[in-house]
Design a protein. Structure first.
Length: 97
């Protein structure tokens, strides 16, 4: 958006982006959900490799990272900030999450 200032495309994409945010708030597979206590994304469980920082050999999770990986939450906070800025630009109401 910053590079193109294309509001028409942003307006078309905004509902899709908002649905993506809301899906994570509601919860997705692999126990990915927003922790209501702090607003951060939580994910994972036994035997699950979720992030690019995880290592798995066969059934062995070498670096289990169940919980709130910092790099995922950095992207999450950026997504929330971006959707809020987009809503403001489009004069849409902010998401209630």
């Amino acid at each position: 958006m910053q590079a193109t200032t294309d509001l028409a495309t942003l307006e078309k994409l905004f509902p899709i982006l908002a649905d993506m945010i809301e899906a994570h708030v509601s919860g997705t597979r692999y126990n990915i959900h927003v922790d209501p206590a702090d607003g951060l994304l939580y994910g994972g469980g036994p035997g699950v490799q979720l992030t690019w920082m995880d290592a798995k050999i066969g059934d062995w999770i070498v670096t289990p990272r169940t919980g709130k990986p910092v790099e995922i939450n950095a992207l999450w906070i950026n997504a929330l900030d971006s959707i809020a800025q987009f809503a403001t630009l489009l004069e849409f109401p902010l998401l209630d999450i």
